[in-house]
Ligand binder design. Structure first.
Ligand code: SF4
Length: 186
């Protein structure tokens, strides 16, 4: 068993124990005996089109080999997790998700997998999508735009593009206010 496999099998075992403890008050174990995961984040890599000083992921300070994670490793890990669980919301993010060259392949996998109920792409709104509308219009999928309006006017353009092409999306304005709380420029 590889180290990765071992870690994820342990993770699932811990989830099962926690879920068993919580079972009386929740539906943590699904009817099919899988672990119910309400929210799960897949990080595609640390490559980003912005360099926010206070980035919670420390993206601007990440080493070069973390810019784009191996799609085969991501898919292999997801296969293992999804064989034991059901994920209600799976969020794909970076860095910047629309910089990930294998985003289409990742989306095809999670959109087709019945153990994933909903998929969210989190973007910083500075780039147009690098995947086709056939994927973006999937009823399981929505795009969450984090609006950094004072750094880029692209977010409004992106929203208009998604709206006019019937892609479910919402604007998330946590970083508005010219960085009063967060320093958004290096
Ligand atoms: S846009 Fe997001 S991921 Fe990129 S540097 Fe800023 S906070 Fe970090």
């Amino acid at each position: 068993m590889s180290n990765n496999t071992s870690i994820f099998v342990k993770f699932i075992r811990v989830m099962r124990i926690l879920n068993t403890m919580l079972r009386r008050g929740t539906n943590a174990i699904t009817g099919c005996g899988r672990v119910y995961i309400p929210f799960f984040v897949v990080i595609t890599g640390q490559a980003c089109s912005l360099k926010c000083r206070d980035c919670v992921n420390l993206t601007p300070y990440a080493p070069p080999h973390t810019m784009r994670y191996d799609i085969l490793k991501i898919l292999d890990t997801l296969r293992q997790i999804l064989s034991l669980s059901v994920i209600d919301v799976l969020q794909i993010q970076g860095g910047e998700a629309f910089l990930y060259p294998n985003l289409a392949g990742l989306l095809e996998f999670v959109l087709e997998n019945k153990a994933v109920k909903r998929v969210v792409i989190a973007t910083n709104g500075t780039l147009m999508p690098n995947v086709g509308l056939d994927l973006l219009r999937n009823p399981k999928l929505s795009v969450r735009i984090s609006a950094y309006e004072h750094l880029s006017r692209k977010s409004a353009e992106l929203k208009q593009y998604l709206d006019s092409n019937n892609v479910t999306n919402n604007m998330y304005s946590f970083a508005s206010g010219i960085g009063r709380v967060w320093k958004l420029k290096m």
